[in-house]
Design a protein. Sequence first.
Length: 424
Amino acid sequence: MKWEIVKLGDHLDFSTGPAFKSKDFTTNPDDMPLVKGENIGFGNILWKKSKYYPIDEANYYQKFFLKPSDIVLAMDRPWVKGGLKFGWIKENDPQGLLVQRVALLRGINGLNQNFLRYIVLSPDFTNYLKSMQGGVGVPHISGGDIKNYQFELPPLPYQKKIASILSAYDNLIENNLRQIELLEEAAQRIYQEWFVQLRFPGFEEVEMVDGLPIGWEKVRLGELIDYFIGGGWGKEEYSSPFVEDAFVIRGTDMNKIMKGNLSNVPYRFHKPSNLKSRKLIENDIVFEVSGGSGNSGVGRVLFITPELLTQFNSDVMCASFCKLVRPKEGYGSYLFQVLNFMKKVRLIEVFEIYSASNIVNFNFTAFLKHQKIIKQDEKTMTKFNSLSSEIYKKISIISSQNQTLQEARDILLPRLMNGTITAS
């Protein structure tokens, strides 16, 4: 079977979006979401981070509307920790509008669109663009760089076979991600119903005093925590006294870890004394206390389940911009939901501190001392823990499945794309 060496530009309908003025952007979800470089991740579009364009005005730009299977690629700051910033439009995605410095890629002249997706995902394409990357202040790639990429193009029927094999993995991963999202929503819904709306099982028969059921009370957040400590970064190489190795979880890793992507969590060497006091165990919570500059990641949290520790299969600690929070026995999943809820409704922001250079930090000591939360009776707490723990066990199991699927796909992808393995 003959594979022809071609230039991508000869098989590509390439375009970029117009230069919209930022003063016209809105935060109204009824308007049209913009697909900008800042809301493109590695292999996905971060719709929740989208800015919007007035829907009436957007209709004048219909030729820049995105449709299912379209591939988009950030041309400025084109890298995230996972790899190249690109994504593709899925059937259930919202109608999006392309913006300047984001490339839209559509296969033509015998290039299958799904096969094109795996060209973009391939290590060879990534390495090529890294070698072409220009810019000092703002790293960037050009349309010419993308179009000049050379690769071996198999006949169209064979492209479809390869894309079908790899898509089977991606479809399973996508289904798992939807399940994880639904499970997370279920856990948060139970928390809000029981402890915000106070509609817990048997609430109708409970006597209330000062707005709380008898046996419940409001306590300082710190009263439900046994221990907390800052994280550490460690060293890249073995050298005394940095002799103990462990994974290091950063704030940027948290969401990916929940979805089963552990591939880019750093593996570092640490002092034994540091690791002894900072090693994460079951029911710990990782809490981000510094969000850097600009859009704050402060308050992001990760719940450490036994299944998650099994996935790492090694010691784990958190990075220096995070805190290890060890709740009192029986309060792990509850405190995780409390912190999640506070981040969601922006209560966390009360304790944020902005430096002169716009670096966002967090007054964790004041947070523990002054933030009040509900402490329930033991019976209600036991019921909640049982429900919540079961949900997060399911999430961890699905995340582990996703990790396995991603690893299998990433092994197959380059071998299928270069013909080392034949698609049957």
